[in-house]
Every structure is written in structure tokens, then in C-alpha cells.
Design a protein around this ligand. Structure first.
Ligand code: G3H
Ligand code: 13P
Ligand code: NA
Ligand code: ZN
Length: 308
């Protein structure tokens, strides 16, 4: 059953978090719903503009509707991830989305407020809540030290003004994570001091963690062992960090890279070990199986298992 994203946040705030999983293939859509069903976990399924272009918005939405029909027990919300005005208009008029994100975080504070509040007006007229972003997520490279990248973090002193002027319903913040497979080097990690200050400014307000993938070294090793060459030594978000972020107001943890790394590991391994095979169904089944296992453990980590 599709529920409102805000309802999911009301239920989980401070206690557990909802995995927001980026999908663009049939195997991923089915994998997310089956994992949520076996875990009795609520889930947010989300599509980026790139994902909507890849399958076509009509196709990806139809796949999600079909999965919801196959798994009627699953409590889910459908979210537009990293949208700009054109995607949001299309998502709102489809009537299919539970929530949308406007990503104007690269703009100045004033322009971000202005673009976000314009979207909020439109989306609220459709009864749809809006996630906005303040602060810029960025990759942290080995040679850039933390103080150099400080300017990119969300400024806690700005969050209250941003939320009250834009009227957004949830806020994606930059507290050290970044998109992709190379998030942290050395001792870097989530800046819990900044996160705690943000929560103090916005008590009970749902916060969103982008760049939530763990980047499991086992799958990186697997990729590299079967002909790949992903950079080793960098890492994703630690399980302990995710757990520590939940009581500090993180309600939604975005996960995309972990699905891609797993896809690559499964397919590289399969074709490397079976050079004569050419049936996509064989690795496709293996991917779905391993994806379900991975998501089941994510729901356990986030504490959402058994909450639907
Ligand atoms: O932040 C979202 C994803 O990591 C980027 O996904 O390639 O579907 O835009 P995309
Ligand atoms: P990852 O790259 O860590 O999976 O982050 C995904 C994300 O934030 C999607 O919006
Ligand atoms: Na989002
Ligand atoms: Zn993101």
C-alpha cells in the first residue's frame, strides 16, 4: 500500500529510518518490494531523472505499480529524487508520486529558498510534500583536508530560516557524505557535531541523508577479482554511523551506489566464471537474490524491520 512519505517520517522520527532506494531496472524494483515484504519493513522507492530517462517515466512507474500489486502487503512511498522544476511538474501531474525533491542546493541561500518555495506551493496544492537540500554534498578526496571542504557542510545557523522561508517538509543536509563509491578516506566520516546542531535548530523535523551507501569492501574486491578495477581504500558510510544518525533526526537514508556495486560484482563474477554463457536470466536471478539479502540487512540496520 502506498502511504504518504510524511506519515512514514512521523512514525519513525528518532527511532528508526526509512531506506530510500534508487531503482531503474525490473530486477531492482522487484528486489526492493520482495525485501520489504519479507522484512515487513516500510520503504521509499525513488527514481532520479536519469532513471526516469533510462526506462522512460511511464515504464518505471508501471513497473513500480506492478510490484505493488504483486506485493500488496508492502508499505511504500514513491519519491522523485534530485528533481528540478520540469521533472517535478511531470511527477506532480502523473499523480503517482508520494513526494518530490527539489535540488537547488548549488544555488545561493536566497535562490535556493526562492526555487524551493515555488515548488512547495505547487506540490502542496497537489497534497505532495517536498524534500529540499541545503549545503552541498561533495566527494572528499585524499588530499583535501576537512577544513578545506568545511564550506560545503550545511550551516546549522541557516537551517531554521531555510525551512521557515521555504516551507519544505524534509531537509537533505550535507554532513560529510557524498554520492558514489568514494566517500571518505582515512579517518573522515559523518560530522555528528554538525548533525547534532542541525537537530537542535530543527527539533522533530525529518532530515535526509544522501550518500548513504556502505560500499561493502567484499563486493569491491569481488569486482576487482573478476577483471574490474575499482579504486580500493576509499569507503562508504559505516553501519555504526548510520545507527548513530537516527536519534539525531535522520529519517531517510538514500541508497543507490550499493545496488550498482552489487550489480557489477554479480555480473562480472558470473560472466568471468562462465565465459561461454550468454543468458541474462542467470545473473539476473542471482542479482535479485543478493539484492534482497542486502536490503534485508539494510532494514535491520535502519531498525525498520517489522515496522509495517
Ligand atoms: O543521487 C542519486 C544517484 O546517486 C544518482 O543517480 O545516475 O540515477 O542520477 P542517477
Ligand atoms: P549513494 O551514492 O551513497 O548510494 O547515495 C545515493 C543518494 O543519495 C541518492 O539520492
Ligand atoms: Na531525495
Ligand atoms: Zn542524493
Amino acid at each position: 500500500m502506498k502511504l504518504s512519505t510524511q506519515r512514514l517520517f512521523d512514525d519513525c522520527y528518532g527511532k528508526y529510518a526509512i531506506a530510500a532506494v534508487n531503482v531503474f531496472t525490473m530486477e531492482q524494483v522487484l528486489g526492493v518490494f520482495e525485501a520489504a515484504s519479507v522484512s515487513r519493513s516500510p520503504v521509499i522507492i525513488q527514481t532520479t531523472p536519469v532513471a526516469r530517462d533510462y526506462a522512460g517515466a511511464t515504464m518505471i512507474i508501471a513497473m513500480i505499480d506492478a510490484a505493488a500489486e504483486i506485493f500488496p502487503d508492502v508499505i511504500y512511498a514513491l519519491h522523485l529524487d534530485h528533481g528540478v522544476e520540469a521533472h517535478i511538474d511531470s511527477a506532480l501531474s502523473s499523480g503517482k508520486y508520494s513526494s518530490v525533491m527539489i535540488d537547488a542546493s548549488h544555488e545561493s541561500f536566497e535562490d535556493n529558498v526562492q526555487r524551493t518555495s515555488a515548488i512547495v506551493k505547487k506540490a502542496h496544492a497537489h497534497g505532495i510534500p517536498v524534500e529540499a537540500e541545503l549545503g552541498v554534498l561533495s566527494g572528499v578526496e585524499d588530499d583535501i583536508d576537512v577544513s578545506d571542504s568545511q564550506a560545503k557542510y550545511t550551516k546549522p545557523e541557516e537551517v531554521l530560516a531555510f525551512v521557515s522561508q521555504s516551507h519544505c517538509d524534509s531537509l537533505a543536509i550535507a554532513v560529510g557524505t557524498s554520492h558514489g563509491a568514494y566517500k571518505f578516506a582515512g579517518k573522515q566520516g559523518i560530522r555528528f557535531d554538525i548533525l547534532a546542531m542541525i537537530q537542535e535548530m530543527l527539533p522533530k523535523f525529518p532530515l535526509v541523508l544522501h550518500g548513504g551507501s556502505a560500499v561493502n569492501p567484499y563486493h569491491v574486491t569481488r569486482i576487482n577479482g573478476f577483471g574490474g578495477s575499482m579504486m580500493t581504500g576509499s569507503r562508504g558510510v559505516k553501519d555504526e554511523e548510520i545507527q548513530k544518525a537516527i536519534p539525531l533526526g535522520i529519517c531517510k537514508v538514500n541508497i543507490a551506489t550499493d545496488l550498482r556495486i552489487l550489480w557489477t560484482a554479480v555480473h562480472r563474477e558470473h560472466f568471468y566464471l562462465n565465459p561461454c554463457l550468454f543468458d541474462p536470466i542467470v545473473p539476473g536471478k542471482q542479482y535479485r537474490k543478493e539484492l534482497i539479502e542486502m536490503l534485508v540487512s539494510k532494514f535491520e540496520l535502519l531498525g525498520s524491520k517489522g515496522k509495517s
